[in-house]
Write a protein that binds this ligand. Structure first.
Ligand SMILES: Cc1cc2nc3c(=O)[nH]c(=O)nc-3n(C[C@H](O)[C@H](O)[C@H](O)COP(=O)(O)O)c2cc1C
Length: 331
């Protein structure tokens, strides 16, 4: 392997970007008392005894003088939902701490909250590292939470999930030429949905609810008081037949009320709300069971991917909780 000549810096950056890291924000307090902070993924562990860590700062950074002068700095390992904070601290010059909650750390260093982990350090060594300065610090305090960490890979934020060491369910590999195989996304999505929902169905049936009836009630529990036509339309894409007769039937059983006005506004009754919440509680318990089995990180990653999947296949459907503009006849 050789270094191509002339040296291609962009390709070098891309190559470095194949190394997946977490994302940190390093903070310190400048000599004039101003808080400073930058986003850095050059963070790494150095030594366990004594506990030491390092990171590197570009010599062009506006915060260089502050970090050079500061006896202490703190490393914040960001959690998965702190990408906006990472972006804020990756921009030079703006008032990065404006509106950001902080606590006072060792040496008066501002500590950010809501992170996956924090390490408060006493600055120990500094080394010249080409166009960066390498800071090595001795860890004097640390804490951590259960929040999944934010990940950085190939120049983009990512989400960590552990790789299963065994194949989740493949017993006999499908024929290699099969067009419908265990890796077909349609199969995976459908099977996951049907398996999950088959465990909820029994709870719905215990309340005398068909699948379509339960779906209508859950949608009303997210946003009550919807015109019948809105409900019927919003289920058209599911293949489940939600009709005016089905809504009237739920009304006749006291689970919802259907107003007399032309828009036929549907509202959950107390009885309907209680039944829905009981089935939803069972579904939430199933979710908790999945989190316990699969892991918090995996479920966070799965939800993120499913949201992407939904966004990419969305024909323009409203979410159940979206507020539609009331029609002129709604009352
Ligand atoms: C994910 C990510 C990782 C970064 N890692 C580093 C790093 O390790 N060292 C560094 O000097 N800059 C890094 N940067 C860029 C700095 O955050 C950015 O230049 C920042 O604006 C410097 O702030 P300052 O000029 O106000 O000091 C990173 C940016 C991002 C988005």
């Amino acid at each position: 392997m050789t270094i191509p000549q002339p040296f291609d810096q962009r390709e070098f950056r891309r190559t470095l970007g194949t190394f997946t890291t977490g994302v940190t924000i390093i903070t310190a307090r400048a000599a004039d008392g101003a808080p400073v902070g930058i986003t850095a993924n050059s963070f790494n562990s150095v030594s366990l005894d004594p506990p030491m860590v390092l990171w590197s700062l570009a010599k062009t950074s506006r915060s260089l003088a502050a970090f050079n002068d500061s006896d202490h700095w703190a490393v914040h390992i960001l959690s998965v939902d702190q990408d906006a904070l990472s972006n804020r601290f990756a921009k030079s010059g703006e008032d990065k701490f404006h509106g950001v909650a902080t606590e006072a750390g060792a040496g008066g260093v501002p500590l950010l909250t809501g992170c996956t982990a924090r390490l408060q350090c006493k600055s120990a060594f500094r080394y010249d590292g080409g166009d960066h300065i390498i800071f090595v610090g001795e860890v004097c305090a640390f804490d951590r939470s259960d929040s999944p960490p934010l990940v950085f890979h190939g120049g983009k934020y990512a989400i960590a999930a552990s790789k299963s060491d065994k194949d989740a369910f493949s017993r006999d590999a499908p024929p290699s030429d099969a067009s419908f195989s265990e890796n077909f996304i349609g199969y995976l999505l459908a099977r996951a949905h049907f398996q999950f929902y088959s465990q909820v169905r029994g709870h719905a049936r215990a309340h005398g609810l068909s699948d379509a009836e339960y779906f209508v009630l859950t949608v009303l529990s997210a946003r009550d008081g919807r015109p019948a036509s809105d409900l019927i339309e919003s289920f058209a894409y599911t293949g489940h037949a939600v009709s005016a007769a089905l809504l009237e039937g739920l009304g006749a059983r006291g689970l919802l009320t259907v107003s007399d006005c032309p828009s036929r506004l549907c509202r959950l009754s107390d009885q309907g709300r209680a039944a829905t919440l009981q089935v939803l509680a069972a579904a939430k318990a199933l979710e908790a069971d999945m989190v316990a089995k699969c892991g918090e990180w995996e479920m966070t990653a799965l939800k993120n991917l499913l949201k992407q999947c939904i966004a990419h296949t969305d024909p323009g459907l409203a979410h159940p909780w979206d507020v539609c503009a009331p029609g002129p006849l709604a009352s």
